[in-house]
Ligand binder design. Structure first.
Ligand code: ADP
Ligand code: ASP
Ligand code: MG
Length: 454
């Protein structure tokens, strides 16, 4: 199994597996930042530094917001820094473009989807460049293909394979020009635009920071950092000054939308110091960093939830070798990720039930795949439920402390919330519950683990 050298000391198999799947060896070779960052990491602040700044949809939601962002960029530029700015589409734009595409054809060509939905970022990149120029900061917009940011061929959910920052660096050196780069997009091997999946501008930013060997990647958004849970549903949520890459990776992959999961994978692999902060208020945000840089040790760092879940149960499948392969093989061939899996022991040694979850957005396709493979799998009937949510408790403290699961089960029981499926890993416990209990469960757990702000 591949694990990039140097970064992995003390980290465990599960994470290896996930990241090895996400990153092929060639990727780290192609990002020149790899290796270098470890020395740069603790380097004292130099007068002139290189930063990547990313502004999400709400931060560029209108002309006034874009002017405000230009002002923030100017302050750093005036201080002499080299700056690459990644921008998202204006708030609501991507949803609108996705909606139009689906309305015309639910089964559209993914290459055309990419042509359409990537356009929101093009508009913002142009507008911010104009806004910067207008206040005396030289700036030029870059689309993914112009950098170039090269991706694989999975249109709609492409992964970045390489970035060549030479063009941007030349303009840093020769013209002190700010690079305004459209997030969320790159160019696929077929020479067409590819998008990186929803929330993908975070990944554009971290990848560019790695390629440019930037001092830090600052992700500006509408909250002033990473909280113990989504502050929109738990007002008592507390802001974390620091969070480890591993915990952030779990939080993101378990539903906390504040950073796209792949951006955290990349930050971890390339050791990119990443800060989440507000573009609305001037105060320090949350630093995503190595675990050993965090002094305050917590048992549980956060609670995440995901409504993007669907549960499928195959009733009475044979209890014999090869059945799991017959079910999960075709799903994997179709590129569908299976998350939680439960198989009961059969009473009679003959037949049992198999339950698993997939993302809500892949549910229809998963059902089609299973029904097509029905003869090979052999089951009596298929049950499904798209009205479920996954609630997860995350913390590196779980490695060394027992009883974390018990607190979770008790807190949910006290609220009368039934647990449908449970899955655990080294630093998280997830449960599947009826969707209507999502907020109640998150709030109850937030209190049970003592995370509520005083
Ligand atoms: P942007 O458009 O800037 O990329 P997003 O909407 O993608 O912003 O991400 C920011 C949102 O993430 C916040 O408004 C917040 O509701 C949500 N969020 C979910 N979980 C968390 C968390 N643990 N900490 C902070 N924000 C969170
Ligand atoms: N605009 C894209 C989205 O809404 C990418 C991003 O904002 O990160 O998903
Ligand atoms: Mg986002």
């Amino acid at each position: 199994m591949y694990a990039p050298p140097g970064v992995w000391k003390g980290q465990k198999t599960l994470l290896h597996a996930r990241l090895a799947a996400a990153w092929q060896p060639c990727v780290s070779e192609r990002f020149p930042a790899f290796g270098h960052r470890r020395e740069g990491h603790f380097r004292p602040q130099v007068t002139m530094a290189r930063y990547v700044l990313k502004f999400g949809g709400t931060s560029v939601a209108g002309i006034d917001r874009i002017r405000h962002v230009a002002g923030l960029v100017k302050t750093l530029w005036d201080a002499g820094h080299e700056l690459a700015v990644i921008v998202s589409a204006m708030s609501g734009e991507t949803n609108k473009l996705v909606g139009w595409t689906r309305e015309l054809s639910p089964l559209h060509d993914a290459r055309e989807y990419d042509t359409i939905v990537s356009s929101g970022e093009q508009v913002t990149a142009g507008l911010l460049s104009v806004a910067l120029d207008a206040i005396g900061v030289p700036a030029r917009s870059w689309m993914g293909w112009q950098v170039p940011i090269k991706t694989d061929s999975m249109h709609g959910t492409a992964r970045i394979l390489s970035i060549d920052p030479a063009g941007i660096e030349t303009r840093f050196a020769q013209q002190r020009q700010v690079a305004v780069v459209a997030g969320f997009q790159g160019v696929a091997p077929d020479n067409r635009i590819a998008t990186l999946g929803r929330g993908g501008s975070d990944t554009s930013a971290v990848a560019l920071a790695a390629a440019l060997m930037a001092e830090r990647c600052d992700i500006y958004t509408d909250v002033d950092g990473v909280y113990t849970t989504d502050p929109r549903i738990v007002p008592q949520a507390r802001k974390l000054d620091r969070i480890s890459y591993e915990e952030m990776l779990e939080m993101a992959s378990l539903g906390a939308k504040v950073l796209q999961t792949r951006s955290v994978e990349l930050a971890m692999v390339h050791n990119v110091r990443t800060q989440v902060l507000s573009s609305f208020e001037d105060r320090p945000g949350t630093l995503v960093c190595d675990e050993d840089e965090i002094v305050e040790k917590r048992l549980v760092s956060g609670i995440a939830y995901s409504r993007d879940e669907a549960k499928i149960t195959l009733v009475k499948v044979a209890d014999k070798p090869g059945v799991a392969a017959a079910i999960f093989g075709p799903l994997s061939d179709a590129g569908i990720n299976v998350d939680m899996i439960v198989q009961n022991v059969s009473e009679d040694g003959q037949a049992t039930d198999m339950t698993f979850t997939v993302s809500r957005s892949e549910y229809e396709r998963a059902m089609q795949v299973i029904e097509k493979a029905a003869a090979r799998i052999g089951y009596r009937k298929i049950l499904s439920d798209t009205n479920v949510s996954k609630i997860s408790v995350i913390g590196v403290g779980m490695r060394t402390h027992a009883g974390v699961a018990q607190t979770m089960f008790r807190a949910l029981a006290e609220k009368g919330i039934n647990i449908q499926v449970i899955s655990t890993s080294e630093i998280k416990i997830s449960v599947l519950v009826a969707a209507e209990y999502t907020e109640l469960a998150v709030r109850a757990l937030h209190t049970a683990y003592g995370l509520d702000a005083a």
